[in-house]
Write a protein that binds this ligand. Structure first.
Ligand SMILES: Cc1cc2nc3c(=O)[nH]c(=O)nc-3n(C[C@H](O)[C@H](O)[C@H](O)COP(=O)(O)OP(=O)(O)OC[C@H]3O[C@@H](n4cnc5c(N)ncnc54)[C@H](O)[C@@H]3O)c2cc1C
Length: 422
């Protein structure tokens, strides 16, 4: 059997690795110059490790990626960095029940109510009934308006923008149920792990074609014809791991009912600014949730408060990130204007930040990075099988109720492998 895979993100890499290991002939096509997809990294002169274009870590219970990374000899390293919240002009530690109780900005009864709800979500395995209710309604009814509006509403709006009220409570359950305070990272970053998988695929006889965007996939008798910049090749099975809009663009001959069904899935793009600085700015905080909705970025992550700056030439790395609809006006701004928004926000967050400490800046856009998970998403979620025989779809829109992430990309890649061979 000959298998073609489109996209060398963690879904494509995992699936190709398993197939190559099983002795199946596999060819992986990637549009970019490197593998790793949304989790890929870049490097600057003098750096020992690449850095993700988008902030990344794993949780200590991300079993699929931990198992795979150990198997290929690239295990994660775990840390216990600090998570805080920016509220009414100040940062407060906010990653345990103790911190919630000590949080001075809410009355005790609101904190107790919130603590009980979060504790219930953490322990309860029953997410299915929650998918029928918007997270907005569920949280107001259970936590009360005060706690919800102070903490969770700004974070939902920051993450889902105009669709914050559509997101279902099962998605919120998954966020709370799954999070761990211990976070993992890889030697040489996620790019290090992607490179290791890449190498393992090639060593097992698989083919990887970088700089090779796929432009069309169509049925050709009993086969599928895949056209890329390298020409047209025939495969027995093809699996597409790109975002759904790209899948719809490249696959020819899909029935219109299926197209319009997939066309109803929505997602947001990520906008991330990276400031590379001479000095640290966030007083040891790794992850800062920003609840002030006047500020453009919902999260600020000082990567080097988890990973030693020595890997980045002694520089300190700060990410500012938000999620926006693809037609948002920020995507029309120049790079300098977006960086200016980030600088203004960092000044509002901390007095430690001095603009003259900036060594370099980067702006990254992740298209289709955050699927929107509305009420009753199980009815909307696409299947891996498509109406075209032997053509499969495996992207983040299939991941549910969990939030998208590299662990689920690995899980999906392994599921795709099993489905292809079944
Ligand atoms: C801001 C941000 C923060 C994140 N933080 C975390 C985190 O902390 N932890 C975590 O685990 N996950 C995180 N994620 C999510 C994680 O990066 C993704 O869920 C995961 O990498 C998705 O992998 P994938 O293989 O499904 O897709 P992708 O990584 O998107 O891979 C798809 C690949 O297809 C390629 N491609 C596109 N078009 C074509 C074409 N025509 N031909 C060939 N190839 C094509 C792309 O270049 C890409 O390499 C974050 C994502 C973002 C955007």
């Amino acid at each position: 059997m000959r298998v073609g895979i489109v996209g060398a993100g963690f879904v494509g890499l995992t699936c190709a690795y398993r197939l190559a290991q099983a002795g199946v002939e596999v060819e992986l096509y990637e549009a970019a110059s490197h593998s790793g997809g949304l989790a890929s990294g870049f490097s600057l002169p003098g750096w020992k490790w690449p850095l993700e274009q988008f902030y990344h870590h794993i949780f200590s219970n991300d079993r699929a990626i931990i198992r795979l990374s150990r198997e290929v000899g690239w295990p994660p390293i775990f840390f216990r960095p600090t998570t805080s919240i920016f509220f009414n002009g100040r940062m407060y530690p906010f990653d345990s029940a103790f911190h919630l109780l000590r949080f001075p900005q809410l009355p005790l009864h609101a904190k107790l109510r919130m603590g009980i709800v979060l504790g219930f979500l953490k322990l309860s395995p029953f997410w299915k009934p929650l998918e029928r209710i918007p997270a907005h309604d569920f949280l107001i009814q259970t936590m009360g308006v005060r706690g919800y509006e102070a903490i969770w509403q700004p974070l939902l709006v920051g993450k889902f923008g105009p669709w914050a009220r559509d997101v279902n409570a099962a998605w919120f359950w998954a966020r709370i149920h799954k999070r761990t305070a211990r976070l993992g990272y890889f030697r040489r970053g996620f790019q290090g792990l992607a490179n290791r998988l890449h190498e393992s695929i090639v060593n097992n006889g698989g083919g990887i074609h970088l700089h090779s965007p796929v432009s069309a996939i169509r049925k050709a008798g009993a086969h599928l014809a895949l056209s890329s910049t390298l020409g047209t090749e025939r495969f027995d099975r093809v699996i597409v791991t790109t975002s759904t809009p790209l899948f719809l663009k490249m696959v020819k001959g899909l029935p219109s009912r299926y197209r319009s069904r997939l066309g109803r899935l929505r997602s947001l793009d990520a906008l991330v600014v990276i400031l590379i600085l001479k000095t640290p700015v966030m007083d040891g905080v790794y992850w800062l949730n920003v609840t002030d909705q006047r500020l453009p970025f919902v999260g600020v992550m000082e990567h080097t408060n988890m990973i030693d700056p020595k890997y980045y030439g002694g520089n300190h790395i700060v990410y500012l990130g938000t999620y926006l609809p693809p037609d948002h006006r920020y995507f029309l701004l120049s790079k300098d204007a977006v960086v200016r928004l980030a600088i203004q926000q960092l000044k509002a967050l901390t007095r430690n930040f001095d603009e003259s400490d900036i060594v370099e800046t980067r702006v990254h856009r992740g298209r289709g990075a955050q699927p929107i998970i509305p009420v009753n998403y199980s009815r909307l979620r696409p299947t891996m099988e498509t109406p075209i025989d032997h053509l499969f779809l495996a992207n983040m829109s299939l991941v549910y109720p969990w939030d998208r992430g590299t662990n689920y990309a690995v899980e999906l890649g392994e599921r795709a492998y099993r489905t292809l061979l079944s």
